[in-house]
Design a protein. Structure first.
Length: 239
């Protein structure tokens, strides 16, 4: 699975899918499932992607990542973005191609396995940097765009379709460790979104976080902003 994950990270990192131009990644990601008849996909509101794999066990788990990259190159960007991988490190546009690699490789490796159904949600406009600093580089000069709009649109789509995952897990890079290595576990979205969680949501969130801590004790429990806040607030369900 690691080799597949790293390959997806590399190929995704080279594609200039900057904020509001996320559809540039679609052909490659869709090609990954083109021969997997069990996996279905859908484009939601032009620039968001949904992949679905029916499971062989009860339940539905959603894995999410964002498609957009920050444009560090300006209007004169290369057709293929720089990328380098050695035995020790990976250098390139990794936010959030790491999340894409993990979610998509998990999806591909889950085919035929005894697992619950799996939903992969890949969103537009998670990054806020472009809107704040360089709106002229975004589609239509940034008009009509909002930070987190992809997660909100995908949440609306789930509500419209009557899809309620048992858990929504967002995978993203984090500035928490300030350049050092580390793994962070964010939960309790209501601390930031200021929404009012039900006791059931609190209990389910704590149970899921405890499960992660048992599996990976080196997690640092913290909180920060990314798409998980929007999924949590919009779905009113543990993320």
């Amino acid at each position: 699975m690691l080799d597949i994950c790293l390959e997806i990270i590399e190929k995704s990192a080279k594609i200039p899918s900057f904020s509001s131009f996320e559809e540039r990644l679609h052909p490659y990601l869709i090609s990954l499932v083109s021969h997997k008849t069990d996996i279905r996909y859908k484009v939601v509101d032009e620039r968001n992607l949904v992949f679905y794999l029916p499971g062989k066990k009860p339940g539905l788990v959603a894995l999410t990542a964002h498609l957009d990259k920050i444009n560090h190159f300006g209007s004169d960007y290369p057709a293929e973005l720089p990328f380098e991988m050695t035995d020790k490190e990976i250098c390139g546009q990794l936010d959030n191609t790491v999340g894409i690699g993990i979610t998509m490789s998990t999806l591909l490796e889950s085919v035929g396995k005894e697992r619950p159904s799996l939903l992969v949600l890949l969103s537009e406009m998670e990054e806020s940097t472009g809107l704040k600093q360089n709106p002229h580089l975004l589609r239509n000069g940034g008009k009509g765009l909002q930070h987190g709009m992809g997660a909100k649109r995908l949440s609306s789509w789930m509500k419209q379709e009557g899809v309620q995952p048992d858990a929504i897990i967002t995978i993203d890079t984090t500035p928490l460790f300030k350049g050092k290595s580390g793994l962070a576990l964010y939960g309790r979205h209501w601390e930031i979104t200021k929404t009012e969680p039900s006791q059931a949501e609190i209990d389910a969130t704590e149970k899921l976080m405890n499960t992660f801590m048992e599996l990976v004790p080196i997690f640092t429990v913290a909180n920060n902003t990314n798409d998980y806040l929007h999924y949590g607030a919009e779905m009113n369900f543990p993320t």
